[in-house]
Design a protein. Structure first.
Length: 55
């Protein structure tokens, strides 16, 4: 029972940090679908990060 209470207490704390994600800095949004479009530089940085961290 104590394990369940612990889990319920910390369910709201996110595990990942999305501060540096490409979609974190929104340059504009599409009108109908509300999809955010990041800046071109953020897209390049995200691609570079993915390319350098491939196995």
């Amino acid at each position: 029972m104590a394990d369940k209470k612990f889990k319920q207490t910390f369910m709201g704390i996110p595990i990942e940090k999305h501060d540096t994600a490409a979609w974190a800095d929104i340059e504009e949004m599409k009108a109908i679908s509300q999809v955010n479009l990041p800046a071109e530089e953020d897209i390049r940085n995200a691609k570079e990060y993915v390319d350098t961290n491939q196995k």
